[in-house]
Design a protein. Structure first.
Length: 289
């Protein structure tokens, strides 16, 4: 029999807690990519707590997950604005003529949105709610709310069950997407991305216990998550540019430059989606037998 599940899960969570707390001072200093790092750590920790929830007292873990959702939401507003600003800057760099005309409108507005959102994040980090969350996260390492009988179970069995449940969840999402109408396809793909991310995080948490199979699943899930993330970014950028074009159209101005950028983002979305079918082929195989 391998080690007990409780200490193994707590050890995996401890690494995620470290990731989150080590990102905090970088966010305060507004270091490049720091908001992204803290957001990923927050969402990763919330996901792992969800996948391995049966090892813990449900009420305590649900309360922590709710607070992590709140923090991830704040960080997400800043991160999304940051992504759009960087994406628009890179896109406009390919069209110098358009860059001179639209650069300020598209990029500067997103930079301003990021500044406002980052200010809101800093305000939250200085507040009692985050201080309380931070204390509870530290408590996951020092005094975790474990369910004694569940925590004493064989770690390999518990980790295998959790990863297998997340694998099946992703398989269901992929099958369901094949049946949806085109109008619902974007959201169905977003659901697949979230399921892939959940599988990735639960598998990565299990690597010390399950070894090779967990590493393989995490690697495959990460690829699906990445490609569908690129697709989602392109779709959201397209929506933002389209909205700007509509505003310009109501004033009777030329929308040609916006239409060119929309075409570029639509092509980026198609390019990302073309990679998707091959990446979910791994779901046909049993990695946890």
């Amino acid at each position: 029999m391998s080690a007990a599940a409780g200490p193994a899960v707590v050890a995996a969570l401890g690494e995620d807690v470290d990731r989150l707390l080590s990102a905090e001072p970088k966010v305060r200093a507004d270091e490049p990519d720091s908001v992204h790092q803290m957001r990923v750590a927050t969402r990763r920790l919330r996901s792992v707590l969800r996948s391995y929830r049966k090892v813990f007292q449900r009420k305590d873990i649900d309360a922590i997950r709710d607070e992590l959702r709140w923090l991830a939401g704040l960080l997400g507003v800043a991160r999304d604005a940051e992504v759009r600003a960087d994406r628009f800057a890179a896109l406009l760099a390919e069209y110098p003529d358009i860059q001179r005309r639209l650069g300020r409108r598209l990029v500067s507005s997103e930079r301003a949105a990021y500044t406002d959102a980052h200010r809101a994040v800093l305000h939250a980090l200085d507040g009692e709610r985050y201080t309380s969350l931070r204390t509870r996260l530290l408590g996951l390492r020092t005094d975790p709310p474990l369910r004694r009988k569940r925590a004493a179970r064989d770690a390999e069995q518990v980790f295998t069950a959790a990863v297998r449940a997340d694998l099946r969840r992703l398989q269901r999402r992929v099958r369901a997407e094949r049946e949806v109408d085109d109008a619902d396809c974007v959201e169905a793909l977003h659901d697949i991305r979230k399921a892939a991310k959940r599988l990735r995080y639960s598998a990565e948490a299990a690597t010390d216990v399950l070894d090779g199979p967990a590493e393989d699943l995490a690697r495959h899930a990460k690829k699906v998550q990445s490609v569908l993330g690129d697709h989602r970014d392109a779709i959201e950028a397209l929506a933002t540019i389209t909205a700007r074009a509509e505003a310009v159209r109501t004033r009777g101005a030329d929308t040609g430059p916006y239409e060119l950028l929309c075409a570029a983002e639509a092509e980026a979305a198609r390019t990302a989606l073309d990679q998707y079918p091959a990446l979910v082929e791994f779901l046909r195989y049993d990695y946890l037998s």
